[in-house]
Design a protein around this ligand. Structure first.
Ligand SMILES: Cc1cc2nc3c(=O)[nH]c(=O)nc-3n(C[C@H](O)[C@H](O)[C@H](O)COP(=O)(O)OP(=O)(O)OC[C@H]3O[C@@H](n4cnc5c(N)ncnc54)[C@H](O)[C@@H]3O)c2cc1C
Length: 374
């Protein structure tokens, strides 16, 4: 017998787990929802590889509303640990610092200027050429695994079925129903497909006969370093104003990224030695700490639409196909508001206090028109 669902969510990363939970809680208990995940367990891809911070400017001014709207949910749920962030700059980069501040003026992000003395107090060992910073007091670490499990747990409690080792291979639209082909794992039917497939979002769209919007996976690398002196637990997340690296402490170690964005096919991403070397070279220009070992390294795919904003909403040409993709480098910190908003759009429900300030025009798939992506 082929199981029939009202809603089939494809992908059990942060996007799929969170929207399934919000959909289930906002729906009648008779509404049948399933999450189909191709891997052996949820979170194997990008969600399991994040750098786990909430930085209010990350993703640009049009992502800020999603990040700010998610803040209370993350704080009240106990998913955040305050850290503070610093965008650091060298002597001569005053113009870039001011341009950055101006770009986010009026966005609701708290930012304060620090001089060399203020920077040194927050980042002991910082080299002399770094003379200024913008500090962001609301920056925090996110417990990504706890948040992901929270959404999977909420979904399960509300009756959502999670099916792992169910990779969507093809789909046909018959009448007002999707017939979904999971290869050896069988078939299912559903009225609505939610595309929460991360790096594979365009491929899932194409399988369903929807026009891909141009979701591009970009590889991002992180190295875990053992350094001397041991990093203080309260060191800030440190990013440079030019966007060439970031690092933060994690239980006695440093997580460092060269801020790489290498285009990739959707895949099980792996780190390249070159990117680790670049990261270390940049890090050594920032602080005088000694690197004792690269203990661990990993990479993941951050997936962006052509304008680098996420894509939420029904496809205009393909009935019953809902986009929930393009979460880029901000899909954890924006998850609560994005999922609530996505569920409201899908169910036709009104906005609530969390989502009232979001502008759907920024995130709708309609903004890409009906032309095929380049
Ligand atoms: C190195 C790195 C650092 C990051 N740091 C941060 C950070 O500090 N803060 C932040 O907010 N964000 C961060 N991000 C971004 C964040 O991790 C992502 O935005 C988020 O995890 C995306 O979630 P997702 O559910 O869309 O994708 P994924 O977690 O990749 O989930 C998609 C799922 O869909 C499944 N799937 C794909 N195709 C199919 C199919 N055909 N059938 C069934 N299942 C399928 C996949 O197996 C996968 O499990 C970072 C990302 C990286 C790589």
């Amino acid at each position: 017998m082929i199981e029939t669902y009202d809603i089939a969510v494809i992908g059990a990363g942060m996007a799929g787990a969170s929207i399934a939970a919000e959909l289930a809680d906002a729906s009648d208990p008779n509404v049948r929802i399933a999450i189909f995940e191709g891997e052996d367990y949820p979170g194997h891809h990008t969600t399991g590889r994040s750098a786990a911070f909430r930085e209010e400017c990350y993703g640009g001014p049009d992502v800020v509303p999603l990040t700010l709207a998610s803040g209370d949910y993350l704080r009240e749920g106990g998913f955040l640990t305050p850290r503070g962030g610093l965008y650091i700059a060298r002597e001569g980069q005053e113009g870039e610092v001011e341009a950055f501040r101006q770009r986010f003026a009026g966005a609701g992000v708290e930012m304060n200027r620090l001089d060399r003395a203020g920077l040194e107090a927050r980042l002991p060992g910082v080299r002399a050429e770094w003379t200024q910073a913008l500090s962001q007091p609301n920056c925090a670490d996110i417990d990504v695994a706890a948040l992901h499990q929270h959404y999977l747990g909420r979904a399960k409690a509300a009756g959502v079925t999670l099916l792992v080792r169910h990779r969507l291979h093809g789909a046909t639209h018959e009448g007002d129903q999707w017939r979904l082909d999971f290869g050896a794992a069988g078939e299912a039917k559903a009225a609505i497909v939610v595309d929460a497939a991360g790096a594979w979002a365009d491929r899932v769209a194409a399988m369903c006969g929807a026009r891909p919007v141009g979701i591009q996976p970009l590889r991002r690398t992180v190295a875990q370093l053992r350094v001397d002196p041991l990093p203080a637990a309260d060191l800030p997340l440190t990013l440079d104003i030019a966007g060439d690296f970031y690092f933060r402490p994690d239980t006695g170690r440093i997580w460092l990224s060269p801020h790489d964005e290498t285009p990739s096919e959707p895949c099980d991403a792996a780190p390249e030695e070159y990117d680790i070397a670049v990261a270390i070279a940049r890090f050594e220009e920032v602080v005088d700490w000694r690197i004792e070992a690269v203990e661990r390294k990993w990479a993941g795919l951050r997936s962006f639409s052509p304008d680098r904003l996420p894509v939420y909403g029904f496809d205009q040409q393909r009935d019953g196909f809902f986009w929930f993709a393009g979460q880029g480098g901000f899909g954890i910190q924006t998850a609560p508001a994005a999922a609530r908003f996505g569920a409201q759009l899908l169910l036709g429900d009104p906005r609530d206090a969390m989502t009232q300030n979001l502008d759907h025009g920024l995130y709708s798939p309609e903004r890409f028109g009906s032309e095929s992506p380049a």
